[in-house]
Design a protein around this ligand. Structure first.
Ligand SMILES: [Ca+2]
Length: 489
């Protein structure tokens, strides 16, 4: 090998004056330790040697070929033993012309191609540079950390075109997969059933009482949030709970003409404004607003509120403080406070109603006999919630059924086994399951909690979205999937 290198036929022969032994020792000692492929080591040595020769302005020949120390170059480039040290780039396509550096071994872009970062692209595909960062042609990006300046890399001028812009009302400016973007706020659901609360932070507890309560308010200093307030009042008896719950926005419009649900015309109360849609459909009354507030009230008196996470840390009322900490839900004056469920309920009581009752009627909630407990835990009663192959089987992994099962039994005790209490308990677990996008199979049947649906509609547990066409406004609204049970055409 030594003879080959120093024979006059060798392309490196002219480089005798550069000290080969020194470079060889420096490169090969290190590389021989990590590999036993002698040609690979020799190639590395010769590569370093060739670079030193070129650095010393000594012309060398093509010392590589397809079998000896070959180089594979990336797409759209080729090997040059003496290529320009100032390769053409998108920023400076003619940089090689004025280059004064010594040539070097390199992969050089094919004719018509220039370097964009570390890849060779046709000159026409060059992107843009903005504030020192490279962007592809047609790439749309935010140029600032606050998402106020939106830019696009123009494919013709290779310059960025920018304009003022901002994120939508239900988005925030943040990093998504490392890219600055308008990221949608996620929704979190709250549920109130009249005697059971699942707050935004998911620490569920009981609240019995027939007073007027604030369910949701916006408190604190957070900027840019709309004021939302929801109040409820229920009575302790389930039989009449169906039409007792009230909320401020539930008075719907009177226009029932030319409303289509799922393609079929029907009478339906609704109210439509540019920012709010409220309507009653089958078992529920819904309110949707464009600021991330979704409300539903079922005929069984179950309130579900889904709120955008932009309201995190800013809510108050029975729905809790929405601060992702389940340990500090029962508060009225800051997260350090720890109230009992009764005092928590009292703290969010509103309005004057001298006849309402805090807690269960008579001061204590009734206890169940063991004979009744056994009956209520049966598969035909509350046991259905836990049934492994029952209608809630797909929800068990998403929402722990045990507390709903316990509530079901205590509600049946409270209401002495009346069927509406059982329907209410199962509807409660259904509502939470659907809010967690779990599939619930039909559990009502004629004779058991069967809802009375308007004519030409029937009870459905469909989880698909439903198109609503509100005729007089010429608006089609796509109801989100999993809104709950309903009466559909
Ligand atoms: Ca909390």
């Amino acid at each position: 090998m030594h003879e080959y290198i120093w024979s006059p036929q060798n392309p490196l022969y002219l480089c005798l004056e550069v000290n080969y032994a020194k470079i060889s020792a420096a490169v090969s000692l290190f590389d021989l330790c990590s590999t036993d492929d002698t040609q690979k080591v020799l190639c590395l040595v010769l590569e370093a040697y060739a670079a030193a020769c070129q650095n010393a302005q000594i012309q060398i020949g093509e010392w590589r070929n397809s079998t000896f120390c070959p180089v594979s170059c990336p797409l759209n480039s080729h090997y040059k033993s003496c290529g320009s040290a100032c390769p053409a780039t998108c920023e400076d396509p003619f940089s090689a012309r004025s280059c004064i550096l010594a040539c070097l071994e390199t992969c050089q872009c094919d004719p018509g191609f220039v370097l964009d970062g570390d890849t060779c692209v046709p000159l026409s595909q060059c992107g843009c540079t903005h504030n020192g960062y490279r962007y592809h042609i047609n790439q749309i990006f935010w140029a600032d950390e606050g998402c106020t300046e939106k830019c696009v890399c123009d494919p013709h001028t290779h310059q960025t075109q920018c304009h003022l812009d901002y994120c939508g009302p239900n988005e925030y400016c943040g990093l998504q997969y490392g890219v600055r973007s308008c990221v949608p706020h996620h929704q979190q659901t709250y549920m109130y059933t009249g005697h059971h609360i699942v707050p935004f932070d998911q620490h569920d507890h009981d609240l019995h009482g027939t007073c007027h309560y604030q369910l949701l308010g916006i408190c604190g200093q957070k900027q840019g949030l709309d004021a939302i307030q929801v109040y409820v009042q229920t009575v302790g008896h389930l039989e009449s709970a169906l039409n007792v719950l009230q909320c401020e926005w539930c008075a719907c419009g009177k226009n029932t003409e030319s409303t289509e649900v799922d393609g079929v015309k029907r009478n339906m109360l609704y109210l439509f404004s540019p920012t709010t849609l409220a309507f009653s459909l089958g078992l529920h009354t819904y309110i949707y607003t464009d600021n991330g507030f979704e409300f539903s009230l079922s005929k069984e008196g179950i309130v579900s509120i889904s709120l955008s996470s932009k309201y995190a840390n800013a809510t108050c009322g029975l729905c809790g403080n929405f601060n992702s900490d389940p340990a500090n839900e029962l508060t009225a004056n800051g997260p350090e406070e720890h109230l009992s469920p009764e005092h928590f309920g009292k703290a969010w009581r509103s309005g004057q109603n001298p006849w309402c009752v805090e807690g269960c009627l008579g001061g204590s909630c009734p206890k169940c006999s063991s004979e009744r407990l056994a009956r209520f835990s049966d598969l035909e009663a509350c046991g259905k919630i836990l049934e492994v192959n029952g209608p809630f089987r797909n929800c068990h992994g998403k929402v722990d059924p045990s507390s709903f099962y316990k509530h079901c039994i205590s509600d049946l005790c409270l209401h002495r086994g009346l069927q509406p209490a059982l329907c209410h308990s199962q509807a409660e677990y259904t509502a939470v399951c659907l809010s967690y996008k779990a599939t619930v199979y039909a559990w009502r049947s004629p004779g058991f909690c069967y809802p009375s649906c308007p004519s030409s509609t029937s009870y459905s547990m469909s989880s698909a979205s439903i198109p609503l066409c509100l005729g007089c406004k010429n608006n089609t609204v796509e109801m989100p999937p999993n809104v709950g049970e309903n009466c559909l055409c």
